[in-house]
Design a protein around this ligand. Structure first.
Ligand code: 0O2
Length: 241
């Protein structure tokens, strides 16, 4: 490899690293929100989280598709899903709670939002897409980096994964009857989400009525501690001051 190419490869690595760091920052935030929410509301709104940095090959394909000048500055300005995070929730209402929790963080800027839940795509695709910008503190500079966050339910994710496989299996030319069945399946997934949300609400009401948090016990990050009542009293006194 010539020296010039080596230098270019290093630059490319530094370019992609900002996206990796942006994902790391966002993942820390998501994990904190998840733990805090779980403590306050007594259930975990996030089933699982996946992330990826777009491959150089996929970035290049997007550059060509969008007819962009292949320079780092142009790519950074126009391609917003180089860093991608997908958050899968149990219930549709959780999606908007997580969106709001992310939006209100001081160092996060919401650049755009596409709500394919309120307005599904014609094929039935549902998901909430956010483009967020987050500052990354590098050794010699601060970079504001875009991260695409897709938030969806388990049912939406199940459907999207299968649809994605079918789409690529048929090289984007899906037979008509499969498209119709996929749209029907999306509708069934949506009905399931509505049913599960209703059950979840009913359960929450019952729980609020019958369950009490025992005072002498503390649950911190799934670890149970005995809580001496004297300690609790001390804490309350300090807090009152
Ligand atoms: P990958 O491999 O998932 O990253 P953009 O090209 O991003 O500037 P666009 O198309 O308006 O503009 O973006 P949009 O609508 O926000 O959707 C981008 C991503 O959402 C896709 O990424 C998919 O991950 C997902 N998505 C959107 N529509 C569908 C759909 O009909 N089915 C499935 N399964 N996923 C969808 P990429 O770049 O296509 O690929």
């Amino acid at each position: 490899m010539t020296d010039a190419l080596k230098i270019k490869k290093q630059e490319l690595m530094r370019f992609l690293m900002q996206y990796k760091f942006a994902i790391n920052e966002m993942m820390t935030k998501v994990n904190i929100l998840k733990q805090e929410f779980t403590y306050i509301n007594d259930y975990n709104p996030i089933e699982h989280v996946t992330h990826r940095v777009k491959s150089p090959k996929s970035i290049l394909m997007k550059v060509e598709k969008k007819d962009l000048k292949p320079s780092p500055a142009v790519i950074k300005e126009h391609i917003h899903d180089i860093a991608g995070i997908r958050i899968t929730c149990s219930f549709e209402s959780d999606i908007y709670i997580i969106r709001d929790m992310l939006k209100q963080q001081d160092d996060i800027t919401l650049l755009s939002e596409k709500d394919y839940i309120q307005s599904p795509k014609p094929n039935g695709y549902r998901s909430l897409h956010l483009i967020l910008s987050i500052p990354i503190f590098m050794s010699d500079r601060t970079e504001n980096v875009c991260v695409e966050v897709q938030i969806r339910t388990i049912a939406m994710d199940f459907w999207a994964s299968l649809e994605h496989k079918i789409y690529y299996k048929f090289n984007k030319q899906v037979p008509k009857h499969l498209n119709i069945e996929l749209t029907e399946a999306a509708e069934a997934a949506h009905k399931l989400d509505q049913k599960m949300e209703k059950l979840h609400r009913e359960m929450a009401e019952i729980k609020a009525e019958y369950e009490e948090d025992p005072l002498e016990e503390l649950n911190l990050d799934n670890e149970r501690f005995q809580l001496p009542i004297q300690f609790l009293n001390t804490f309350l006194n300090d807090d009152d001051l």
